[in-house]
Each structure stands twice: as C-alpha cells, then as structure tokens.
Design a protein around this ligand. Structure first.
Ligand code: CTP
Ligand code: MG
Length: 234
C-alpha cells in the first residue's frame, strides 16, 4: 500500500431513519448486541491504513456519548447537515488542515454495518493509483424495467447497470470541490460519485460483496444480523 498519500474515513451518521420508522435513529438500533454505528466504525477502524475517521452526527444526537469512541484518537466528529451530502461536506471541512488535496477519502454510510475489511482493502488496492477514484458497486442480478405510470416502457440492459454501494473513495480536494459545487448549484446528490460525475470526472467501479447492505427498513435488521454471523465463520 502506498505511503505517499494518507487515507481518511468519513461516515455520514446524521440521518433520522424515516423509512425505518423506529423511535431512535436507525444507526443506534442494536444488531447482534451492538448499535449499528458501533459495528460500522469498528470495521472501518480495523483498516490500519485509515489515519482517522470523521463521523458526522445529528445536532440533537444524544446517543453518541454512549458509544465507546469518545477517547479514540482515530475518531473525529463533525456536525451533520440537512441532506447526506451536507453531512459529508461538513465532515470534509473537519479535515481541513489535516488532509492534503491528493489524500484519499473513503466515504461510508453509517447504515452499512456489514462492510468487510477485505472489501475496503480491495477498494484501496484497486484505486490507489487511479487519478480519480471510484466506488464499491454490485452488478444487478434482476432484469430491470423502465416504468412510466405503471407501464413498462423499456428493458434496461443489465450489463450496463450497477448498484452503487459504499465506501466511495475520492481525492480530498476534488471531492470537496465537487460537493461544494453541487451544493452551490442546489443539486441534490445521493452519493459522492454523482458529484464527481457532474464535474466531468469518470469514477471507476470495484465489485463489492452482496452482503454490504444498507439498513433501511425494519426487515433489514435481521438480515444484517444473519450476515454478521455468517462473516464470523469465514
Ligand atoms: N445521513 C446523514 N445526514 C443526513 C441524511 C443521511 O449523515 N442529513 C446518513 C445516514 O445517517 C446514513 C447515510 O447517510 O448512514 C445513508 O442515508 P439513508 O440510508 O437515507 O439514512 P436516513 O436518511 O437516516 O434514512 P431515511 O432516508 O429513511 O430517513
Ligand atoms: Mg435518507
């Protein structure tokens, strides 16, 4: 692994979990005895290459102090924002003066607790010499339909369609620039790659594992618990 540029983690964890519909934000729901966010951060911290991980927290977040990261020198916190992209930008601002423009930033959703160390290392190894960077993604196994008003209008060639996962790995300077521009233009970007694409960059994809799910709805909790258990036996 190259020592030329540092690697930083950014974890947006400031969402309210509307689709989950629980009485606490989904990143604090327990899965296999630990809050979702604790699983996620422990897995990222197991990657020695990451100098530090910035966690973007909701302004009203009263749960964070109960997690065992307060004294961890590799964990930094930042205020979250209105949308996910605002939270990521706020975390990037926290790295000002620490990260250099060409350093790599790996942005990973708090809600993706089944991320494996091996997938993070694969992403780093495949992209660290790339000028732009890229994302973990999965080819679609279902046939995909374009639909308008409940009617199928076309069948999308699934060889050209991938599902975007995280981490998404880009250079600190160009990611900050791309997210700032999208915010100034009032464009909502749901992942980092789309912000880079808007700037004319061409991010790469690295095939990730299908168990890297994002906890979104209640049924995802037991699926995540199952995947965590399976991963323990690998
Ligand atoms: N996120 C964030 N700041 C926001 C919105 C989302 O940091 N303003 C984070 C979430 O905490 C989550 C990740 O971005 O880890 C992915 O977002 P999503 O799965 O949509 O989470 P929520 O926005 O919390 O869920 P929902 O859309 O159902 O409300
Ligand atoms: Mg959301």
């Amino acid at each position: 692994m190259s020592l030329k540029h540092a690697f930083w983690g950014v974890v947006p964890a400031a969402g309210v979990g509307k689709r989950m519909g629980a009485n606490i934000p989904k990143q604090y729901l327990p899965v296999s005895g630990k809050p979702v966010l604790q699983h996620t951060l422990e897995r990222l911290l197991s990657v020695e290459a990451l100098s530090a991980v910035v966690v973007a927290l909701g302004l009203e977040d009263g749960f964070w102090p109960d997690l065992p990261f307060a004294d961890n020198p590799r964990i930094l916190v930042a205020d979250g924002g209105k949308e996910r992209a605002d939270s990521v930008l706020s975390a990037l601002n926290r790295l000002e003066g620490l990260a250099s423009a060409d350093d790599w930033v790996l942005v990973h959703d708090a809600a993706r607790l089944c991320i494996t160390r091996s997938d993070v290392l694969k992403l780093i190894e495949q992209l660290e010499h790339d000028p732009v960077g890229g994302i973990l993604a999965l080819p679609s196994s279902d046939t995909l339909k374009g639909v308008t008003d409940g009617i199928i209008v076309d069948t999308v060639d699934r060889n050209h369609v991938w599902r975007a996962l995280t981490p998404q790995m880009f250079r600190y300077g160009s990611l900050h620039d791309a997210l700032s521009s999208a915010a100034e233009l009032g464009l909502t970007v749901t992942d980092e790659a789309s912000a880079l694409e808007l700037k004319g960059h061409t991010p790469r994809i690295v095939e990730g594992r299908p168990d890297n799910i994002k906890i979104t709805r209640p049924e995802d909790l037991s699926l995540a618990a199952f995947y965590l258990e399976q991963q323990c036996c690998e």
